[in-house]
Design a protein around this ligand. Structure first.
Ligand code: AMP
Ligand code: ZN
Length: 107
């Protein structure tokens, strides 16, 4: 399967990793739209967050836990966690991922 996030999970293409856990990895978005913009990505391939929720709920909980830890480390602790789901909603990479965004980096 030609999936860019599977290749990052496998270490086949580089990314700026900022954290990892049993089921997830996290790296900086290549095109940040906020001062803090981190992607949290399940190691397993599922095409969006809804599919992940039904197929592997433990992995979704793990992803949210990793994202919230990183938000606390990198931001004021006030953050958004968004999952674009479907082309019309702006999803461009069809491997589930959450965007952790914050306007306020940690001092
Ligand atoms: P979405 O539009 O919700 O599917 O989000 C995909 C995100 O992946 C976008 O914010 C892109 O900037 C980001 N992205 C695409 N390729 C890479 C990459 N190689 N490394 C890091 N982030 C990426
Ligand atoms: Zn994938």
């Amino acid at each position: 399967m030609d999936c860019i996030f599977c290749k990052i999970v496998a270490g086949e293409i580089p990314a700026t990793l900022v954290g990892e856990s049993e089921h997830s990895i996290a790296f900086k978005d290549i095109s940040p739209r906020q001062p803090i913009h981190i992607l949290v990505v399940p190691r397993e391939h599922h095409s969006n967050v809804a599919e992940l929720a039904f197929a592997n709920p433990d992995a979704l909980v793990d992803l949210v836990q990793l994202g919230s830890h990183l938000a606390e480390q990198h931001s004021s602790g006030s953050f958004r966690l968004t999952f674009n789901t479907g082309t019309e909603a702006g999803q461009t990479v069809f491997h589930a991922h959450g965007h952790i965004t914050s306007t306020t980096p940690k001092k």
